[in-house]
Design a protein around this ligand. Structure first.
Ligand code: NAD
Length: 539
């Protein structure tokens, strides 16, 4: 009787379940005899069944729901499927489908995953953290749901993002799933639809702001330090004002970073480095015009400025090459409405309020779209870029696909096949005048898993900007000549585990060089890092 219960518990525990792959011997030893159909399957056969079932799902959101249920049922099988089909499944597990999943989270919800810390937990946050069953947590991704992808305030529905990002940590860099903890900081929402939705699962009140909000975040950070001293705290999809503020406040004290700011910056800088191999210029010869001056835009701007200073420019000279256009127009000195993070990029120039006119006037060599509004790189913009550049660099990074500044097809067509294009959401290859182009996806998943792995491997006390700079260089180095030949400025996503390993080594090197690592540098760092990587196989 008790053995039978034990056997059932095993099948119902996703971290230990092997389903039909339990061997004959295990079935006998673990009280599983009779609880499973007779045929003992190999994991390859289970994968085949999953892939067949996935193919029968009529759309992306149904595939997402199916995969989530698989993750809840058999974690090893879930990761086996994902690791082997990353390129195909990334758009389901992450942007764009995860965005839709968050929008509908209250309706498609089946089972909780991760921890919910709410504004009602003030004073007892540590108790909530103590309820997490795993003590050895190495990566936490936390959001307060205020700015989910390009979709705005989704409140507690934003939990899909930390869950999805941590699945990518495990799949892309082999961070063991048991080391990963998603946290939703539920402080309410301003989303009117959710405030009225009877199936909404979060706190159905307006957002906590000001001192009370800061006190709750402080309590969470202190609780994490105490309960999970080895964890990285990744800030994710916080609203604009909080994101910059929280990062500044904690990054010199705790092992934290903001992927929307620093991860995005790193992947975009890597894309620029690779693009320069195609255009033939140097970074210092570029003039970059950003469409959007939020977390992504300013984050990229700051890191590119750092890279330019590394090349020998003064900070002023570096910033002079970087221009921003936001919802009010060109970011210029005469404006009095600029938030602190935009001011260092405000130039002495006339205010231009139309993007196409700014492109004509400034003649940038690269435009980077990160405003989240969509369709801003019009035919006029692309033609103008192509008039003054032999190979214009066009990065349409806004997500989801509907918010992209232009499609891959538009970029290649309107530039006469000359644009070096990358996007935030995936686009299919394009054939233009007989030549096949494969657009690169500036996916943060190239960066944050590897950075996390490097920090874990070196037990670095902090996550520094220099690490993201090193990660950008390591990623750019992984784009091969065959990638560039088809216009792709990143390696294929299918090689992301190799990319993560390279990034992790570069990041760990920085930690050892700067004296923020714990312990001695292993003689064979690469082997040490590779040895930490989780492989989804049945033990
Ligand atoms: P954010 O809210 O911090 O910033 C948005 C910026 O766009 C603000 O500066 C705002 O003033 C500006 N803006 C809004 N409307 C505008 C308009 N009509 N014209 C010009 N500017 C306008 O958001 P964020 O975190 O910076 O993200 C922006 C976009 O970048 C999102 O779509 C997001 O999905 C995308 N993103 C992509 C990647 C990637 O591809 N790797 C990474 C991060 C973010």
């Amino acid at each position: 009787m008790s053995t039978l219960r034990h056997g059932l518990a095993l099948v119902q525990d996703p971290t230990r379940n092997k389903g039909t792959a339990f061997t004959e011997a295990e079935r006998d030893a673990l009280g599983l005899r009779g609880l499973l159909p007779a045929r003992v399957a190999r994991i390859e056969e289970q994968v085949e069944r999953v892939v067949g079932q996935l193919a029968r799902k009529p759309n992306a959101i149904e595939k997402y729901i199916y995969l989530t249920a698989l993750q809840d049922r058999n974690e090893t099988l879930f990761y086996r499927v994902v690791v082997d089909r990353l390129e195909e499944l990334m758009p389901i597990l992450y942007t764009p489908t995860v965005g839709q999943a968050c929008q509908e989270y209250g309706h498609i919800f089946r089972r909780p995953r991760g921890l919910y810390v709410t504004k009602r937990d003030q004073g007892r946050v540590a108790d909530v953290l103590r309820n997490w069953p795993h003590r050895d947590v190495r990566v936490i991704v936390v959001t307060d749901g205020e700015r989910i992808l390009g979709l705005g305030d989704l409140g507690a529905n934003g939990m899909g993002i930390p869950v999805g990002k941590l699945a990518l940590y495990a799949a892309c860099a082999g961070i063991h799933p048991a080391w990963c903890l998603p946290i939703m900081l539920d402080v309410g929402t301003e989303n009117e639809e959710l405030l009225r939705d009877p199936l909404y699962l979060g706190i159905q009140e307006r957002r906590l702001r000001g001192e009370a909000y800061d006190a709750l975040v402080d309590e969470l950070v202190a609780g994490v330090r105490e309960q999970f001293p080895d964890a990285i705290l990744q800030l994710e999809d916080f609203g604009n004002a909080n994101a910059f503020r929280l990062l500044e406040r904690y990054k010199k004290e705790v092992r934290t970073f903001d992927d929307d700011i620093q991860g995005t910056a790193s992947v975009a800088l890597a894309g620029l480095y690779s693009a320069l191999r195609l255009t033939g210029g140097r970074l210092r010869d570029q003039r970059v015009l950003f469409f959007g001056a939020g977390e992504a835009g300013i984050g990229i701007g700051e890191l590119v400025a750092t890279a330019l200073v590394e090349e020998g420019l003064s900070e002023g000279e570096a910033r002079a090459r970087l221009w921003f256009f936001d919802s009010k127009g060109l970011v210029v000195r005469s404006r009095t409405d600029l938030s602190p993070h935009k001011r260092p990029f405000a130039h002495e120039y006339a205010l231009v309020t139309e993007f196409a006119l700014a492109v004509k006037a400034l003649r940038p060599t690269a435009v980077i779209g990160v405003a989240g509004v969509g369709r801003a790189f019009t035919r006029e913009v692309l033609e103008s870029m192509s008039r003054h550049n032999e190979r214009p660099i066009v990065f349409a990074l806004s997500n989801p696909t509907s918010k992209a500044e232009c499609t891959a097809e538009e970029a290649y067509t309107w530039s006469g096949g000359r644009a070096v294009f990358a996007s935030g959401s995936p686009f299919d290859p394009v054939v233009f005048e007989g030549k096949r182009f494969v657009p690169g996806q500036g996916n943060n998943a190239y960066i944050f898993p590897g950075v996390g792995l490097g920090v874990i491997a070196s037990r670095a006390r902090l996550v520094t900007d220099e690490m993201f700079f090193a990660a950008a260089k390591a990623l750019a180095a992984e784009a091969g000549e065959d990638d560039l030949a088809v216009g792709r400025v990143y390696p294929p996503l299918s090689s992301v585990r190799q990319v993560s390993l390279a990034i992790a080594c570069a990041v760990a090197e920085i930690a050892y060089q700067r004296g923020i690592a714990v312990g001695q540098r292993p003689a064979d760092l690469r082997a040490h890092v590779a040895g930490l990587m989780y492989e989804p196989t049945y033990g």
